[in-house]
Design a protein around this ligand. Sequence first.
Ligand code: NAD
Ligand code: LMR
Length: 341
Amino acid sequence: MFSARQIFAQVQRRSFSASSRQASKVTVLGAAGGIGQPLSLLLKLNPRVSQLALYDIRLAPGVAADIGHINTKSEVRGYDPTPSGLGEALKGSEVVLIPAGVPRKPGMTRDDLFNTNASIVRDLAKAAAEHAPEANVLIISNPVNSTVPITAEVFKSKGVYNPKRLFGVTTLDVVRASRFISQLKNTDPASENITVVGGHSGATIVPLLSQSGYNLEGEQLDQYVHRVQFGGDEVVQAKGGAGSATLSMAMAGARFAESLLKAAQGQKNVIEPTFVDSPLYKDQGIDYFASNVELGPNGVEKIHPVGKITDYEQKLLDVCLGDLKKNIEKGVKFVKENPGN
Ligand SMILES: NC(=O)c1ccc[n+]([C@@H]2O[C@H](COP(=O)([O-])OP(=O)(O)OC[C@H]3O[C@@H](n4cnc5c(N)ncnc54)[C@H](O)[C@@H]3O)[C@@H](O)[C@H]2O)c1
Ligand SMILES: O=C(O)C[C@H](O)C(=O)O
């Protein structure tokens, strides 16, 4: 005989496993690139994904044919670089990841990518607003501090903006912050989870080490913060002109997509750092900010405040806010002045 409690637990388990089998179409725009390919591979390995739609201006059908042989259940399809191919790739999608655009070379800042990537993201955002207005849109293309506002402005201009469904992917900053502290403290990096707030470039990346109970001091603290803020540059230098982080970014993007799908499929307390339309600094004219965000079936469920920080961290945050405001304004202005076709 089962007790009422056991039966209840069984029903709960069944309903969770039913919802975790829910069909989820995921689309990658820029799927043939340095990030796009390993990201698509990781998504193919994710049992929460039922359909994987790959789009790029080159090679997406080839990447799809290759990944499609992997023996997991999801259907993979690559789309031709035409407006109808893009539309089909987006139609019915629950999660749209956008790593389309050019990466940095040594000596460049992320903002130096603006001139090329702003119009790429604007045009892909237009297609997403038209064909997948209710999808969760995950922006990876740099400069994220500007490409997220660009996407928001496009969605607003089409009357379909939902601030709960637009995310700048800043997961890599937390992945790095966790890895780098584990190297200093000889801990397991997988069990570190350092809070990182602000944005995704240089001084706008603000690790809040004190919130994990660590108190590095002096030069060691300065070096740690610098490494987290400029971790991307380490990879750009090491690749010597052949691009920026792709493999670690693919892991970070796949982790964020998995968190969104988990939350959409009923899991509670799913928290990820991400750059979203946020109330935290709107009184200072800063409409987007990255902090820990609880995800739910509707996307953003709850935006966590920055919380208690040290005077040192407050100084980092002050610098961050100044830069962030300019990056956001640049994105908004771009769409107003260059609405495209
Ligand atoms: N958010 C982050 O943490 C993070 C981390 C690493 C890289 N990035 C950024 O991600 C972007 C991509 O980096 P990458 O290394 O994959 O570059 P990449 O050049 O290897 O790949 C970019 C891909 O985008 C495609 N593309 C270009 N224009 C397109 C369009 N209009 N529609 C569809 N696809 C298009 C290209 O054909 C290419 O396959 C860069 O802007 C880079 O700075 C962000
Ligand atoms: O550094 C870059 O340009 C790519 C990315 O934003 C990163 O953090 O690795």
